[in-house]
Ligand binder design. Structure first.
Ligand code: SF4
Length: 225
């Protein structure tokens, strides 16, 4: 597999936010989201065997592992056996995915955190709709929201597909500036979280505000945290 980095930090998003977690970041992505904070994963990466990755994970001594990218499902053929190994080793496995690749083959006990890209990302039509049938009550669906049009897209998608009844959590996350200042504050969000909360409350949505807490703990552009 092509691996960009493996490290331990705290989980920054999802209902697992704040928990110590090992991150296995795979290289390569087939999308180009306008606000992407992981462009350094688009090329390169170190080639590692499944055994070498397992060894690196075991050495970090933590039973929560997130597989992320890039887009992990581009390496599905090697990724799925790796996931099976983690599950049989007693790990809790999270996987962040863009939602563009088919997810039907991912083991049901993986906690998938599935993006539905909104229009301002420039990839608003990328979601693979049959993935709605691959969602389980373990999963979370995430919308990264940059403006009012994105919010309305996300709100209407949640309602149209009754998403809050299908998954563990629906996450609404303000998009973050690619040129974020070093200050660890909400001024780096493209959409003010307070504004997003006001819209959520006004519409009575059963969704969870999700801030990327690692960008409030460390400088927003710091890698490997
Ligand atoms: S899917 Fe993720 S890694 Fe790929 S361009 Fe979008 S934000 Fe970046």
């Amino acid at each position: 597999m092509h691996i960009n980095e493996i490290y331990k930090s705290v989980q920054g998003e999802s209902t697992f936010a704040g928990l110590p977690c090992i991150f296995v970041r795979l290289a390569g992505c087939n999308l180009r989201c306008s606000w992407c904070d992981s462009e350094y994963t688009f090329s390169g990466g170190k080639k590692m065997s499944v055994g070498e990755i397992e060894k690196a994970v075991h050495a970090l001594s933590c039973k929560l592992v997130e597989i992320t990218g890039g887009e992990p499902m581009l390496q599905e053929k090697s990724l799925l056996p790796f996931i099976d190994g983690l599950l049989s080793g007693g790990y809790t496995v999270l996987m962040e995915t863009s939602g563009e690749r088919p997810l039907a083959n991912v083991p049901k006990s993986v906690h998938k955190i599935v993006d539905v890209k909104c229009p301002a990302s420039g990839e608003g039509k990328s979601f693979h709709l049959p993935n709605l049938d691959a969602l389980t009550p373990n999963d979370e669906v995430k919308f990264v929201i940059a403006d009012r049009a994105d919010y309305e897209f996300a709100r209407d998608f949640v309602r149209q597909h009754s998403l809050d009844a299908k998954v563990n959590a629906v996450l609404f996350s303000p998009a973050f500036r690619k040129d974020a200042a070093p200050a660890r504050d909400a001024a780096n969000c493209l959409l003010d979280p307070q504004q997003l909360v006001e819209w959520i409350l006004a519409d009575g949505l059963s969704v969870r505000l999700s801030l990327q807490i690692h960008k409030f703990i460390w400088e927003p552009l710091k890698k490997g945290v």
